[in-house]
Design a protein around this ligand. Structure first.
Ligand code: OFO
Length: 166
């Protein structure tokens, strides 16, 4: 059975995953109306979907352990970006915030002596390591590309493979 404090903290994480999903959905919608960003558009939409699954996994876990998963109200995310680089900078910032939040949850699970939750959270710890790396790689590449249009073309063409190479 989850303690009250653990259930509340996990519910906060439900909110965070839902907000990530919304933020990446908005990035996808923005990218979709930019010329030549088909690959990037697919990348953002896929990530939005993944974050939704992260949220759902938490919802199931909270409910299975005797808590009540609360479907949260969401703030409207950033809708437009001055450049693709800015969108990816925001994505990285977002993932770093999620990682910090997961680490806090791990810490709390130990303080609560909730070893089942500690175990459950390890999946998120590993997931965040991968997502941070992918976001950093994208940012590094975009930094190198700068305003080079052919570089951007290749980035868009290859981004989905970058991900499956993880
Ligand atoms: Fe990448 O945020 Fe979920 O865990």
């Amino acid at each position: 059975m989850l303690s009250k404090v653990m259930a509340e903290a996990l519910n906060q994480q439900v909110l965070m995953e839902a907000q990530s999903s919304q933020a990446y959905l908005a990035m996808g919608s923005w990218a979709e109306i930019q010329p030549g960003l088909k690959g990037v558009t697919e990348f953002f939409y896929k990530h939005s979907e993944e974050e939704r699954l992260h949220m759902l996994k938490l919802i199931h876990y909270i409910n299975e352990r005797g808590g009540f998963a609360v479907v949260p109200e969401l703030k409207q995310p950033t809708l437009t970006f001055v450049s693709l680089k800015k969108a990816f900078e925001e994505l990285l910032k977002h993932e770093l915030a999620v990682s910090a939040s997961i680490n806090d949850l791990v810490d709390l699970s130990l303080r609560e002596k909730d070893y089942a939750t500690h175990n459950f959270l390890q999946w998120y710890v590993m997931e965040q390591m991968e997502e941070e790396k992918l976001a950093r790689d994208c940012n590094d590449k975009l930094e190198m590309i700068g305003d080079d249009r052919s570089g951007l073309y290749l980035f868009d063409r290859d981004i989905m493979n970058m991900e499956s190479a993880e």
